[in-house]
Write a protein that binds this ligand. Structure first.
Ligand code: COA
Length: 385
């Protein structure tokens, strides 16, 4: 940032100046995933054949690539560590533990996404005021991932972690926008490194196909210092309603009852069908209410960048909002190749599918998930390019 820009009077109007994306190189297709899962099932059933025959244990059932694509829309996912996930004897990510003097894995991919956002905005890291690490899981309790990312980027300011599961990024954007609105910051990075392969139970037939790894970054700034091309944030809205239908009981108090430390509830668990039924109407109504508050006709929305958990959910929500079946152009899908990337999903969709919009186009970034939680960010494009 030039000194003249730094001295510009702030407007208190938050905008998205740029976004960044880090995508892991390795991918797992549904066929690869199902082959590994079914090999695990066969091994398990062979090892427990006597107990199964005696009716003392239940045989596990094969998974199916056709079911996965039909039920979710997911065809593949990126992961940080493919081979051990597909090894039926391991079925979890594996890499060497890093020392305290090395950059953490979450920080590393967060920094990669953040650097891209900064480069796209033409922003020098030293002119950023704050870093929010907004994600579903943190690599450790403390020090905050955000502070490590802040240090790696050379930012003089403050940072903290926040976790609102799949809605972490939109909650982070509102928090950043509120700093801008209050005049407490000019430039805030919202970084969402989502290494969901670490919380996914790859041995659970109901959910083993859901998640993928990625990192996104959103640079939220005062309009006064933003690059010529940016996105005005017209309004943000957050909502939470308690539900046990998506739950993960992993936590620091697990050691108080070590006998259950390895149980399935210490990883991601959900009642997917209930989530589908309850979240779709909640989110559709929330979007319509917020559009009404902002005096935006929802039928005029040029594009919806929706949370990427299930193609069917997005079809229903976008239909209710737009008043007709949304085209791929109106509601782009990224979950087919990325899977569910938790809070990063709607940001990936925005990052990959916004260049073609023109000045004045209005769109919506929307996330939803565990909590339940949901967040909306209505945006309007400013400038051409
Ligand atoms: N392979 C083959 N069949 C499978 C299977 C698999 N991997 N997993 C489940 N099935 C079977 C079930 O046994 C069931 O069989 P039945 O009808 O004979 O009992 C059938 O498929 C339907 O199972 P169900 O769990 O009801 O599937 P679904 O249609 O609800 O789809 C989800 C599952 C998870 C894809 C879907 O519920 C979903 O995406 N929900 C929303 C999730 C969400 O947004 N979560 C937020 C996370 S952040």
């Amino acid at each position: 940032m030039q000194n003249s820009q730094l001295q510009t009077a702030l407007t208190g109007r938050p905008v998205i100046s740029a976004t960044g994306l880090f995508t892991p190189a390795e991918t797992i297709t549904n066929d690869e995933l199902v082959a590994s899962f079914n090999a695990f099932v066969d091994r398990h059933n062979t090892a427990h054949a006597d107990a199964i025959a005696a009716g003392e244990a239940e045989a596990l059932t094969h998974s199916s690539a056709e079911f996965i694509e039909k039920a979710s829309g997911i065809k593949a996912r990126h992961v940080m560590s493919k081979a051990p996930i597909l090894d039926p004897a391991t079925m979890a990510p594996r890499w060497a533990e890093r020392g305290n003097d090395e950059l953490s894995v979450m920080a590393e991919i967060g920094v990669a996404a953040a650097r891209q956002a900064l480069a796209r905005a033409g922003r020098d890291a030293k002119d950023v005021d704050a870093v929010l690490c907004a994600a579903s899981n943190m690599e450790r309790a403390y020090p905050a991932m955000a502070i490590e990312i802040q240090q790696a980027l050379g930012i003089d300011g403050f940072g903290f972690d926040m976790n609102v599961a799949c809605s972490s990024a939109t909650f982070g954007i509102q928090t950043a926008a509120d700093y801008i609105r209050a005049g407490n910051a000019r430039s805030v990075l919202v970084v969402s490194p989502e290494i969901t392969s670490g919380h996914l139970n790859w041995r659970d037939r109901d959910s083993h196909f859901i998640f993928g790894d990625v990192a996104t970054a959103v640079l939220v700034e005062d309009a006064a210092i933003a690059p010529a091309q940016h996105w005005d944030i017209l309004g943000t809205k957050l909502k939470t309603v308690f539900s046990n239908n998506i739950r993960n009981n992993f936590g620091f108090l697990n050691r108080a009852h070590p006998e259950t430390a390895d149980n399935a509830d210490k990883l991601f668990l959900q009642e997917g069908r209930k989530v589908f039924k309850e979240v779709v109407p909640m989110v559709a109504q929330m979007i319509l209410d917020e559009a009404d508050r902002l005096a935006i006709d929802p039928h005029t929305l040029r594009r919806l960048w929706l949370h990427q958990a299930n193609a069917g959910m997005n079809r229903l929500i976008s239909h209710k909002v737009l008043g007709h079946e949304a085209s791929e152009d109106e509601s782009p899908t990224v979950l087919d190749t990325y899977g569910n990337t938790s809070s990063a999903g709607s940001i990936i969709a925005f990052h990959l599918h916004h260049d073609d919009l023109v000045a004045g186009d209005t769109g919506l970034i929307c996330s939803f998930g565990a909590g339940y939680s949901a967040g909306t960010v209505f945006v309007r494009k400013v400038g051409q390019g």
